[in-house]
Design a protein around this ligand. Structure first.
Ligand SMILES: Nc1ncnc2c1ncn2[C@@H]1O[C@H](COP(=O)(O)OP(=O)(O)OP(=O)(O)O)[C@@H](O)[C@H]1O
Ligand SMILES: CC(C)(CO)[C@@H](O)C(=O)[O-]
Ligand code: BAL
Length: 304
């Protein structure tokens, strides 16, 4: 397996693969890989001829008081995981290689970037859309794989690709969870023992919200209130947001609405702070919600 650090070498590799008639699959990450990333790699290896994993902690998507400097890194371990998952290339450029000049160009998807994580992390999704656009130009993939844990990010990338006629197919993959339901995330490593014990409450509350919505008994506004009350009562945690929105448009539904089976495609999404650590999670509710979660049970993944 190759480790490529230069943009020109990455482009040359991709050009060569394309000339050989091979399809390229791409999994963009910030590294510190876990089972969620592995599931994206395995989808790519299954569906394309050659898989590229990128590891790049992108400064452009971090706010001034966020965790850019302490973001967990372990390239050696990541490379071993990528290799055993069947990736052909790890693209791991330096910040100077990706941003040799002052950036005057920003890719922005305003209609989907202001709400949810965009409200608490101003500019975050501009940084994401810009770096993903650059990575697509460098890696030139046929397909790129994103996790539904970052559902807003996936919606933004799909819209960017559609609006800018980018020649890449976006594949979104289910959220991989620990056996107690906590969504896997590189940032879980920051949690204290006490916070880690509380964190599965996010997913438990999301399952409850899905049940409430599907029971068709209460309007969305009432469910939101009950859900926020529950999250505000969590030990050692502070609620950032809890919203039910249409997905992928991220528009707010009429809060007086009850769900009608087969008519809605909603997302319930939340973010909670445990001290300095901010975790996100979501579930899809309605016609698009099939098998959107994978739970790890002692190494065997099951879709639910
Ligand atoms: N639990 C998960 N299941 C499926 N995909 C995931 C999961 N966690 C992350 N991903 C996906 O992996 C890709 C890279 O994400 P990233 O490297 O930021 O990992 P992360 O664990 O989400 O890190 P962070 O803690 O920074 O949120 C994204 O497409 C993201 O949605
Ligand atoms: C897509 C991404 C790799 C862009 O930096 C990042 O936002 C992530 O890891 O989800
Ligand atoms: N997975 C999202 C990347 C970030 O939090 O910056």
């Amino acid at each position: 397996m190759n480790i490529i650090r230069e943009v020109s070498a990455m482009r040359a590799w991709s050009r060569q693969k394309r000339a050989e008639g091979k399809t390229i699959g791409f999994v963009p990450t910030m590294g510190y890989l876990h089972e969620g990333h592995k599931s994206l790699l395995s989808a790519s290896v299954q569906e394309t001829d050659a898989t590229v994993l990128s590891i790049f902690v992108n400064p452009l998507q971090f706010g001034p008081n966020e965790d850019l400097d302490r973001y967990p890194r372990d390239e050696e371990r990541d490379v071993a995981i990528a290799k055993s998952a069947g990736a052909e290339v790890v693209f791991a450029p330096t910040v100077e290689e990706m941003y040799p000049n002052e950036m005057y160009t920003t890719v922005r998807v305003p209609a989907l970037s202001a709400m949810l994580c965009g409200a608490s992390r101003p500019g975050h999704f501009d940084g994401v859309a810009t770096v993903v656009s650059k990575l697509f130009h460098i890696v030139q993939p046929h397909q790129a794989f994103f996790g539904l844990k970052d559902a807003q990010q996936a919606a933004i990338i799909e819209k960017m690709v559609q609006d800018l006629n980018m020649d890449v197919r976006i594949r979104t993959c289910p959220t991989v969870r620990e056996s107690d339901g906590l969504a896997m995330s590189s940032r879980n490593k920051y949690l204290s023992v006490e916070e880690r014990a509380t964190a599965p409450e996010l997913y438990r509350s999301l399952e409850q919200v899905r049940e409430w919505v599907e029971q068709e008994e209460w309007p969305i506004g009432e469910i939101l209130q009950k859900w926020r009350d529950r999250l505000q009562n969590m030990e050692c945690a502070e609620l950032d947001y809890a919203e039910i929105l249409d997905y992928p448009s991220l528009q707010q539904p009429d809060l007086n609405l009850k769900m009608k089976k087969g008519q809605h495609r909603w997302i319930a999404a939340c973010a909670v702070r445990f001290g300095q650590t901010r975790l996100i999670d979501n579930v899809l509710i309605g016609t698009h919600a099939k098998a959107e979660t994978v739970r790890q049970t002692g190494g065997n993944a099951i879709c639910i």
